[in-house]
Design a protein around this ligand. Structure first.
Ligand code: MFK
Length: 538
């Protein structure tokens, strides 16, 4: 029995996650056309409320009842059912209703549609137990179909991926990884054999996320090619009209550090019917369309976790007393929260800017410079925000003291789930090498320099002048680095690729924040904190 005089801590409580997010709202007000914001705001407010209420209940249920693999029915027949929680199914329904994928493709807000969708994803993700993972892959699949599929396939699959009706909404997996590797997919051994005019896939896949999806995209060696060695991209339906798996065997579910509500399986494909998407032998190139979408999703989700952690830590700091006062009244604790806020604000500015570029690209209004920046900033934002989210989640747990380490506060899953962000969809090092791949085109760095210079040209407030010089200096270091590092050979470039990518992230974000500080949308304190850490590591 509780004794009334005993002390109990007040848990952190979330309020409406749109209304409560001053950083997001300031960014939208500053960057989005007022009529677009007016149109989408009621929907964001509704979703912000759901994210702080019913979605949390669904996510808790999904976390508490992780997926189960049922290999056989009671009579010994192989069935390979994957059972998921009711909460997980409810999160799928909400995703469809809220148009988390569809809103990007309906293009009701023209070039701002992608940004609108990313704000929805940002509100949904931290309350979704990672249902955002199947959504990311489904979005990537939709983009691949839009760009590379024939009319029949588009007509057949796209309406499902873009449906807002939970009864007809489908998700897609993306099966790239085999036992030979997930980064270097050149060792893929799955064979695509031609049988009676159609392809059938034979092989095994080592990591397949969201294995309960209706569709999947995958790579296989294409028998139709003379050399036989090249990979093509294939799409497949997991089940036939009766609901039986299409010659797919689920070997087991993975036992993972985090993302525990998300079913991730090892599969064997034993003659699974599939359709080639795009030109034969161009599989790796074509699947990068998916990767470039899922990588931006990853960055949006990383920022959303940073925001969620901060919201919880701030609320707790206003309730929790220690040493005679609230945590919020302790200068050092306030300092910690202000640093978290600065890192989150920088990440949000970088990622939302990326959403603007992607939206322009997908609606045909991007300039060549926009496209070059989009290609460069996609791996940069993915790799950098993933590392930020992990560090931020770790700090947030500490803000709760011992309770941050206690499972049923829900806090440990924040750290576990953030940890995957720097692994899937390309590790930090693989993405740093992708950045090197991008800057082999010398024009890209010129575009970056011109863009940063243009942003700095608008700075007039005297207190920003010192920072302007620091950002210009950092930019110069970035521009000269490829040539100076390249003098010592390719190994030296590769060894420095991560430091280079981090430098681009910190410097470009500093320029975005400085522009926002000039216009009063970001505080000087936040900007100063961002720039206090070195802008380049070169
Ligand atoms: C919350 C968010 C949820 C996210 C969902 C996660 C669930 C899904 C879990 C997974 O599926 S995890 C598996 C993810 N796997 C990866 O991210 C793969 C990592 N490896 C790479 O990214 C490699 O760079 C890649 C396999 C793409 C290519 O390696 P290669 O074969 O050594 O590269 P190559 O030969 O340089 O590139 C082939 C072509 O693709 C080239 O074009 P060309 O043929 O025209 O020369 C490259 O320029 C092009 N390319 C490579 N990366 C590109 C790209 N083009 C555009 N964008 C890119 N990112």
């Amino acid at each position: 029995m509780n004794n009334d005089r005993e002390f109990f801590q007040e848990p952190a409580v979330l309020s409406n996650q749109y209304q409560d997010d001053g950083v997001l709202r300031a960014w939208l007000k500053a960057r989005m056309p007022a009529e677009v914001l007016r149109e989408i705001q009621p929907g964001l407010e509704r979703l912000g409320g759901r994210a702080a209420g019913e979605l949390l209940v669904m996510a808790a249920d999904a976390e508490a009842h992780p997926p189960r693999h049922i290999p056989y029915d009671p009579w010994g027949r192989r069935v390979d059912r994957i059972e998921v929680a009711e909460g997980w199914k409810a999160l799928q329904r909400v995703a469809a209703e809220e148009g988390i994928v569809a809103s990007a493709y309906e293009r009701r807000q023209g070039p701002w549609s992608r940004l609108h969708q990313f704000v929805r994803l940002y509100l949904y993700n931290p309350s979704s137990a990672l249902y955002s993972c199947p959504l990311a892959m489904s979005d990537g699949a939709a983009r691949v179909l839009e760009l590379h599929a024939d009319a029949d396939l588009k007509q057949h699959w796209l309406p499902h991926l873009l449906s807002r009706d939970p009864r007809t909404f489908w998700t897609s997996g993306q099966w790239m990884t085999e036992r030979t590797g997930g980064s270097d997919v050149s060792g893929t051994t799955t064979l695509a054999l031609l049988e009676n005019g159609g392809y059938r896939l034979h092989g095994s896949k080592w990591f397949t996320s969201a294995t309960t999806s209706e569709l999947a995209l995958t790579l296989a060696r294409d028998e139709a090619l003379d050399a036989g060695g090249k990979l093509s991209l294939f799409g497949l339906e997991l089940r036939d009209a009766q609901g039986n798996l299409n010659n797919i065997c689920v070997n087991r579910l993975k036992d993972k550090l985090g993302t525990r509500a998300l079913p991730t399986a090892e599969l064997t494909l034993a003659g699974t019917p599939a359709v080639r998407i795009g030109a034969a032998g161009h599989g790796v190139k074509n699947i990068t369309t998916v990767l470039n979408i899922t990588r931006v999703y990853n960055a949006v989700c990383a920022v959303s976790y940073m925001r969620r952690g901060l919201a919880l830590a701030e609320d707790y700091a206003r309730k929790r007393r220690a040493f005679g006062k609230l945590l919020m009244e302790h200068p050092l604790h306030r300092e910690t929260l202000a640093d978290l806020l600065a890192e989150f604000t920088g990440a949000l500015h970088l990622v939302m800017h990326l959403g603007v570029l992607l939206g322009r690209d997908e609606t045909g209004v991007a300039s060549g410079d926009d496209q070059a920046l989009l290609r460069l900033l996609t791996p940069v934002a993915k790799l950098y925000t993933a590392k930020q989210a992990i560090a931020s989640a770790s700090e947030v747990l500490e803000c709760f003291g011992g309770l941050g380490y206690i499972e049923d506060t829900g806090l440990p899953s924040l750290l576990r789930d953030c940890q995957v962000l720097s692994i899937w969809e390309g590790t930090t090092n693989v993405l740093s090498l992708d950045v090197l791949r991008v800057i082999e085109n010398a024009d890209v760095l010129e575009v970056l320099a011109a863009d940063v210079t243009r942003q700095l040209a608008g700075l007039q407030r005297p207190e920003l002048m010192v920072l302007r010089v620091s950002i210009q200096r950092a930019l110069k270091d970035i521009i000269v680095w490829p040539q100076s590092a390249g003098k010592s050979g390719r190994d030296s470039l590769e060894a420095g690729a991560r430091r280079f990518a981090f430098s681009v992230a910190r410097t470009y974000t500093a320029a975005l924040l400085a522009g926002a500080a000039q216009n009063g949308h970001v505080s000087n304190d936040t900007l100063q904190r961002w720039c206090r850490a070195p802008l380049t590591l070169l």
